[in-house]
Design a protein around this ligand. Sequence first.
Ligand code: MAN
Length: 564
Amino acid sequence: MRSFVALLYLEYAAIAYAATDSSRPRGVSPDFAKFYKDPKSFTCISNPSIHLSTSQINDDYCDCPDGSDEPGTAACSHLSPLSPHTPADTVRNTVNASLALPGFYCKNKGHIPSYVPFTNVNDGICDYDSCCDGSEEYGHVGGVKCEDRCKEIGKEWRKKDEARKKSLGNASRKRKELVAEAARLRLQVQDRLQSLGTEIEGQELKLKQTEQELAEVERREKGRVVKGSVSSKAGKLGLLVGLAKQRTNELRESLIRVRNERDANKGRLQDLEKLLTTFKEEYNPNFNDEGVKRAVRAWEDYAAKDKADSNDALDRDLDEISKEDGENGLNWDEYESEEETELDVLYAFENYLPSTIRTYLDTKLRELRTLMISNGILADTASTSTGTSTETKAVLDARSRAEAARNDLTNSRKDLASHTEDLAKDFGPDDIFRALKGQCVSTDAGEYTYEVCFLGQTTQKPKKGGGHTNMGNYNRLERIMVDDEMPADGKGLGSGERIAMKHEGGQGCWNGPSRSTTVVLGCSEENEVWKIMEEEKCVYRMEVGTPAVCEAPGQTPQGGREEL
Ligand code: MAN
């Protein structure tokens, strides 16, 4: 904290760097020199009614309520707001008792002048970080002698300052690039929004059109008697057709089978006849066997009988009958698949009418039928017994066109809403975090690697391997105050208001809340994780450097302080 205060003093003093005046009392800066010009008397700066002699300046006794008579000693250091309260505070309340001077002024020749708190004057400690010339220890308390180190400290500081300025220059250039990229990305969203607007208009029209088409097709199709498969969908006629087809097929198959059996038996009969003929010719008539003789006689009677006529004609008939129905000119499918309205059947006379009248009449009859169905006068033959509507291909096609149009429109509207929401989101000054979206940086700490993906997720990955732990999903930006000492390399938050990215709703903590991370951003040439802390169980804080917050409007550039 002490060096932080010193930093502030340094900054303050830097403004007055050029002015020097050896006639000033010890500890007075050029800024306050005008109050100490009178060689005879001195007036307390904040209490002009109190006049002192010049000998009372730096006499190690605090005369002025604002401490202005002791610019070069620690005599009035108790007036510091950091000092504990004393009974004298009651008196001080009646006058202007806040310190009139910022501190003991160190000239720091060869480096940058600065103030040190009055409490540090002659305290026996060399405050080289703010008073490199050692002038605040002029009393050599306890033998302490602080040599002037401004030359080397100044040289080192200028070297670092140069590198820091260079880095800041780079960071600021990168920031400009990020701003340009963010603007491009924003424009992209705006362009998409515009084209979505046009697309949606077109899709709304298309939906209306396809819905009208669907209604028209449905209306038209409702007037039709849809004949589905014979078994379940057709009426009595259809059923009859189905049964007839089935019966015909069965008869044809039986006929073919019987005919094949007949042909097989015919062959066997011929074999038998041949056998008996041979038997008759070769048997021994001298052998007096009554049974054999009877068999030969019977065979001779059989062979003498008239043989049946040739079966050629019958076979030709059978050939014809055995052919598939299609080959016989009987096309069952035609009867089964034809979609024919009852009106077509009933009003076939339309065919004899001129086409214009026919169309008109047909439309009117369909309308009439639809009306009668809607009013329960006619049965809706397009419905099955289960009551489920059997839609024709035309209706199904029209419906799927309408559904596709509705889906397209819904998706575009969703897109429009998310793009509109995106444009309204807080992406930080100059919309800059838009350009960082999706970029990830990580660092190792302890047994884990910690990663933050800007506007995405923070994760904890065990170095030994294993699953990642979600430490929170990006939710919003917040502005928070920090009060840290800036490290020499500038890789820190410093002090002041900083932008923080809040990540919430991460993986649940055992017996605790779901994990969350606050990612606090500081200016840096590169995107990098500086620090990771688990402030409470499963509540993490990451300090991350990024050029995105360098010289952002309303933010003091970090690392730009003049420090030692
Ligand atoms: C893991 C890590 C730790 C966390 C504990 C809580 O070990 O996520 O950061 O504290 O779980 O159980």
